[in-house]
Design a protein around this ligand. Structure first.
Ligand SMILES: Cc1ncc(COP(=O)(O)O)c(C=O)c1O
Length: 390
């Protein structure tokens, strides 16, 4: 089903969250809620139950702990609560968010080892198995589901298998993937994963949530370095009182419940995956007709966000391109790769393939205005992609 379009005056956000939300999701924020009030407590309970259902975890021993703050706060809460002070995490990094996990662990003073496969390559099960066999100190493995900095979709299924087989615990940053890319605790068990309100469920920013085994939440007592980010305590208080420990993002919760209603109406996870996949395919095909080349081969390309190499032509400037796209009603995203010039276009949010066609037309207009004949990148950029395909 086509999502409700953004009001004409709002630009479309082709960014991986905050993203374009439906008009009714924005409208749900028009009322004020008392945080202590029974109505708001019921809203929190509904939100937790709905998220467990999406994760396929209703009948399993999992619970959902919402937490105030952006996604990084929830990642930090997950790491600080579940990796014990004498634990050791193996971080599978292939982009900025994997690197941020390692930085967070350093701040937390938790021992960790980084397995970095660079911007183009996913971590593979065989390598993880080898690393786990070589280091008995490792207690946890941390992986990013969709590495939003490049758009690569990491093979969490095969990684979960080897982690379970070797008796270690898996923590997943599924920030930009959960809700659209399948992540079902019945088939892909993990210790915990994290996501946030303003990604594939299409809510507004303000909180994230961790879905974790109850056993892990119980065992997390006393692990956290931080009161505000202590998931055990947040869980315990929420279960006993129905309340968030500190001021909740009431309007963001109300918006999220409306986003969840639309999510169910639009076919849940399969519906969302189908729409985002179509968004991606229409957009990538259109961009390729303009000469643009995506960073990743289609095996690893997520339906969340696509990285394109910047055009090689001397007249191309990302800043100018960005402004020209904005003038036409589209906010795009700069690249986040370490060694090549790139930019990104998100496929998620309340937008559909008709919008994506307009995005491609806007890119064509922007190129024309800049005097850039086509989007073809430098040959050297493509070499790395060929290496990935080999
Ligand atoms: C995979 C991933 N992890 C972590 C984050 C950090 O979330 P935030 O920017 O909300 O702190 C993001 C943000 O887009 C992300 O995509």
């Amino acid at each position: 089903m086509t999502p409700t379009a953004a009001p004409a005056a709002d630009p479309y956000l082709l960014t991986p969250g905050p993203l374009t939300t439906a008009a009714s999701t924005k409208a749900a924020m028009q009322r004020d809620w008392g945080s202590w009030d029974a109505d708001f407590r019921a809203m929190t309970a509904r939100l937790r139950a709905a998220l467990l259902e999406i994760a396929g975890a209703t009948d399993l021993n999992y619970d959902c702990v919402p937490l105030q703050g952006s996604g990084s706060y929830c990642v930090e809460a997950m790491l600080g609560s579940f990796v014990p002070r004498d634990g050791h995490a193996l971080v599978l990094a292939n982009g900025a968010y994997g690197k941020r996990i390692a930085t967070t662990l350093r701040y937390l003073g938790r021992d960790h080892t980084v397995h970095d496969t660079g911007d183009y390559l996913p971590p593979r099960a065989a390598d993880v198995e080898r690393l786990l066999a070589a280091n008995a100190a490792i207690t946890h493995v941390v992986v990013v589901h969709c590495e939003t900095s490049s758009g690569i979709l990491n093979p969490v299924g095969e990684i979960a298998e080897v982690v379970a087989r070797s008796g270690r615990r898996l923590l997943i940053d599924s920030m930009s993937a959960f809700g659209a890319v399948p992540l079902d605790m019945r088939t892909l068990p993990c210790e915990a994963f994290v996501s946030s309100a303003n990604k594939c469920i299409e809510g507004v920013p303000g909180f994230g949530f961790v879905i974790a085994k109850k056993r892990a939440l119980e065992a997390a007592r006393g692990n956290s370095h931080s009161l505000a980010l202590d998931l055990h305590d947040q869980w315990d208080v929420m279960n006993r009182t129905g309340q968030w420990r500190f001021t909740p993002p009431t309007h963001a919760v109300a918006a999220f419940l409306e986003a969840l209603r639309l999510y169910a109406e639009q076919g849940g996870q399969p519906g969302r995956l189908a729409r985002y996949t179509r968004n991606r395919d229409v957009m990538v095909a259109g961009m390729q007709t303009l000469g643009f080349e995506p960073l990743l081969t289609d095996v690893w390309r997520s339906p969340i966000i696509v990285t394109f190499f910047s055009p090689a032509h001397a007249n191309f400037s990302f800043t100018r391109f960005y402004e020209l796209m904005k003038e036409q009603g589209f906010i795009i995203y700069p690249g986040k790769l370490t060694n090549v010039e790139s930019f990104r276009i998100g496929c998620i949010g309340a937008l559909d393939e008709a919008v994506m066609r307009r995005v491609v037309a806007a890119c064509a207009t922007a190129l024309r205005t800049m005097g850039v004949p086509d989007g073809a990148p430098e040959h050297a950029s493509l070499d790395a992609r060929e290496a990935l395909a080999a």
